[in-house]
Design a protein around this ligand. Structure first.
Ligand SMILES: [Zn+2]
Length: 238
C-alpha cells in the first residue's frame, strides 16, 4: 500500500502518501486535489496524519487562499499554473525586477517582496508570460501532432494556425485551414488529440451532422460522447 486516506477536522479528506525519495515529512497542496502529506518510506502513515494534525490550521488557511484565488482567477504563491509540460510557480523574494527562472519541471516567476498579487497589473504580467509559454509549447508540439494524426487517418488539410482565442478549442475553415487554440497545451494529450481529430473530421464533413459524428466516433473507439463530456470540464482560460 502506497497511500492512506484520513479525515482531518476543519479540512476534510487528506491523503498520506509514501514516497521513496522523500527524506522528511511535507505537505503538498494543489488546486482541485485533497491535501497530500508525503512521508519517507521508513515513516508510518500515522506519523503523516499526526503531522497534518499539528499543521491543521496552516493547511486550512492555505486551502482557503487557494479557493479564493481560484474563484477570482488570480495567480499567486498558492496557485501555480500548469501546462502539459511545465508548471509555473509564483514567488516573492529579494529581487528588484520581475524574473522568470527555470525551476524543476518548469519556471519560477519571481516578484519583488512587496508585490501585491491581487493587482491587475501583476496579473497581466503573469498572463503575458503564461500566454507566451503556451504559444511556444503549442508551436513546438501541435504542427507535428496534427500531421501525425492526419497521416494516421488519411486526412489532408491546408494550413495550421495556432491562436489565442477565448471561445473555441479549434476550428476548420471551408478551405480546410485548421486553427487550434494554444490552451490545448493545458489539456491532457488524449483530449487535445480529440479536438484535433474533431477538426480533421471537418475536412471531410463541414457540419455536425450524423456522418460527422459517425466518423469522429469511429476514430476515438466509440468514446466521442464521453470525451466531449471530459473536455467540457476544462475551461479555455489563461
Ligand atoms: Zn466542429
Amino acid at each position: 500500500m502506497n497511500s492512506k486516506s484520513y479525515t482531518l477536522e476543519d479540512v476534510g479528506g487528506i491523503v498520506v502518501r509514501k514516497h521513496h525519495q522523500a527524506h522528511r515529512i511535507s505537505i503538498k497542496l494543489k488546486p482541485g486535489q485533497p491535501p497530500a502529506v508525503v512521508v519517507p518510506r521508513f515513516a508510518t502513515f500515522d506519523m503523516g496524519y499526526r503531522f497534518a494534525l499539528e499543521n491543521r490550521e496552516w493547511i486550512a488557511s492555505h486551502l482557503q487562499q487557494i479557493d479564493s484565488a481560484l474563484k477570482s482567477n488570480i495567480y499567486n504563491e498558492e496557485r501555480p499554473f500548469s501546462t502539459r509540460y511545465h508548471t509555473v510557480r509564483f514567488s516573492r523574494c529579494q529581487t528588484r525586477c520581475v524574473q522568470a527562472v527555470k525551476a524543476d519541471g518548469g519556471y519560477e516567476m519571481r516578484f519583488p517582496a512587496n508585490t501585491d498579487f491581487s493587482s491587475a497589473q501583476v496579473q497581466r504580467q503573469i498572463r503575458m508570460f503564461l500566454t507566451e509559454l503556451l504559444r511556444n509549447e503549442a508551436k513546438h508540439y501541435l504542427p507535428d501532432r496534427v500531421a501525425k494524426l492526419a497521416a494516421a487517418h488519411g486526412f489532408s488539410y491546408k494550413q495550421l494556425t495556432v491562436k489565442n482565442v477565448h471561445t473555441r478549442w479549434g476550428s476548420c475553415s471551408a478551405q480546410n485551414n485548421i486553427n487550434l487554440n494554444i490552451c490545448l497545451m493545458t489539456l491532457p494529450e488524449y483530449l487535445s488529440d480529440f479536438v484535433i481529430l474533431h477538426e480533421l473530421c471537418h475536412t471531410v464533413h463541414k457540419n455536425h451532422g450524423p456522418q460527422f459524428h459517425a466518423l469522429l466516433d469511429s476514430l476515438v473507439g466509440g468514446k466521442e460522447k464521453l470525451l466531449d463530456k471530459e473536455l467540457n470540464k476544462y475551461k479555455i482560460q489563461i
